[in-house]
Design a protein around this ligand. Structure first.
Ligand SMILES: Nc1ncnc2c1ncn2[C@@H]1O[C@H](COP(=O)(O)OP(=O)(O)OP(=O)(O)O)[C@@H](O)[C@H]1O
Ligand SMILES: [Mg+2]
Length: 433
């Protein structure tokens, strides 16, 4: 633990533009950043409110958003100190980027990592196989995609000449991304001016060298309010980029992480053996127990199992719930488990997932949330008489690709339902829609 005075000193050594870049990578908006910057230099909420001519509640909200984006949880008054520590850590790891020879960009720094042995083995096998080129790690928000790929990259980094990690959360145009990749990967070459020549130059570099490129948060360039995998307007050219990387012969690798697969990825995976995707599901009991212990919670195996099932092993939800259990029950999981209820650790997380969906997908979720039993497609159709069966099937497929549906066989019929936390969220927020 760094003492308060040392922390103050270190935080002042980070240039404002670097702080800005670190917070941008976490999705912090400009107005949140300005409030944060003033808080970091010691202004009170009242002073910040005055400077921006907003209420103190609005200041607290902006700072609250920043804490959420940095996953600083709970209600303790020491949150600003915790954030300073994190900012310093991230700044140091960015600086380290240039010293270990790779460019980790917005990659999180290495932290506790539990379980995932099989997933790591599968990914390593694919990636170290010379014939495979494009990989996607898919799964719902918080399931651990970024963390898994960060650990994987650390383990295989010696097999590559250079690793380049970028997040697509800030929606870089393909043209911008290609320039960025070429500048880092081929610093001695001048970057061509047009996009097609840039892509050719990149493919050429991927043939000459053994590079590992990681594009995190790929869902950002995919459309909201539509079925899965469609590109946002002005981002369709990413489809061609993925195709070129997946189909052309070269010796480099591209890993994407995404909450939903881009359409081209599914097509490529079905038509070639050089593209693979891994759907990440929840952690197993041992790993989930370690997460609870890491948050200073004590639990009997049966209580851990209960929590694991409630949150389907989602490490982010487990962490958030553990913080709440720490706050309310002094870390005693059995007191919480005994109550037999499920809490939604942060509404915003599920709101973000829900808001991305098409209207029909939302209607299907609302219908499933209101049922005790799992439903067959024809029962869902009965619940939504105005929607055609083909639209229902297409939307169910889309929801599955987003990892939002659970399914089981009942009397030779496939039936669908929702995981408990999503069900509860919808019942609470969309009961009548
Ligand atoms: N295997 C693991 N062991 C310990 N902690 C983990 C593990 N996987 C994920 N976590 C923790 O869970 C949280 C969510 O993980 P992560 O950010 O990797 O999820 P994600 O799938 O990338 O989410 P998003 O789709 O929102 O980007 C992080 O705080 C991370 O440290
Ligand atoms: Mg992620």
């Amino acid at each position: 633990m760094v003492c308060e005075v040392a922390l103050e000193k270190l935080i002042f050594q980070i240039p404002k533009e670097d702080l800005y870049a670190i917070t941008q990578a976490r999705g912090v908006t400009d107005s949140e950043f300005e409030a944060l910057y003033r808080a970091l230099v010691g202004e009170s909420n009242q002073e910040i409110a005055k400077a921006f001519d907003i209420s103190e509640i609005a200041v607290r909200k902006r700072l609250g958003e920043v804490y959420r984006k940095f996953e600083i949880l709970g209600r303790s008054p020491g949150k600003l100190g915790e954030l300073k520590q994190l900012l310093i850590q991230e700044y140091e790891s960015h600086k380290q980027t240039s010293t270990d020879g790779h460019d980790w960009g917005e990659a999180p720094s290495i932290s506790e990592f539990y379980g995932r042995t099989e997933e790591l083995a599968t990914l390593k096998q694919w990636i170290l196989d010379d014939d495979c080129r494009l990989f996607a790690v898919l799964g719902m928000g918080g399931i651990g995609k970024t963390t898994l790929v960060r650990h994987l990259a650390e383990q295989i980094k010696d097999r590559f000449e250079f690793i380049l990690w970028r997040s697509l959360a800030n929606l870089p145009s393909l043209d911008y991304l290609l320039s960025e990749l070429l500048t880092k990967l081929e610093p001695s070459q001048s970057v061509p001016t047009d996009e097609t020549t840039k892509l050719d130059a990149l493919i050429n570099a991927l043939k000459q060298h053994r590079y590992l490129i990681i594009l995190d948060e790929t869902e950002a360039i995919l459309k909201e309010k539509d079925r899965y995998g469609r590109y946002r307007d002005d981002y369709q050219n990413y489809g061609n980029f993925f195709k070129e990387i997946g189909q052309t012969q070269h010796q480099s690798k591209l890993i994407l992480t995404s909450q939903e697969p881009p359409l081209d990825l599914i097509r490529l995976e079905n038509s070639t053996t050089t593209v693979h995707s891994l759907n990440l599901t929840g952690l197993e009991l041992d790993a989930a127990t370690q997460i609870l212990q890491q948050q200073n919670c004590t639990a009997k195996p049966k209580d851990c199992q209960e929590l694991l099932e409630m949150y389907r092993g989602n490490p982010l939800y487990l962490k958030l719930v553990a913080v709440m259990i720490q706050d309310i029950f002094q870390g005693d999981v059995s007191q919480f488990a005994k109550l037999g209820t499920i809490v939604i650790p942060e509404n915003e997380l599920i709101t973000d997932l829900y808001d991305r969906l098409s209207l029909i997908e939302q209607k299907i979720l609302n219908c499933l949330a209101n049922q005790k039993e799992l439903l067959s497609i024809s029962q869902i159709k009965d619940c939504l008489p105005d929607i055609s069966i083909s639209e229902i099937i297409e939307s169910m497929d889309s929801l599955k690709k987003r990892s939002l549906l659970e399914q089981t066989e009942k009397s030779k019929t496939t039936c669908f339902g929702l995981q408990p936390v999503i069900k509860k969220y919808i019942k609470r927020h969309h009961q009548n829609s």
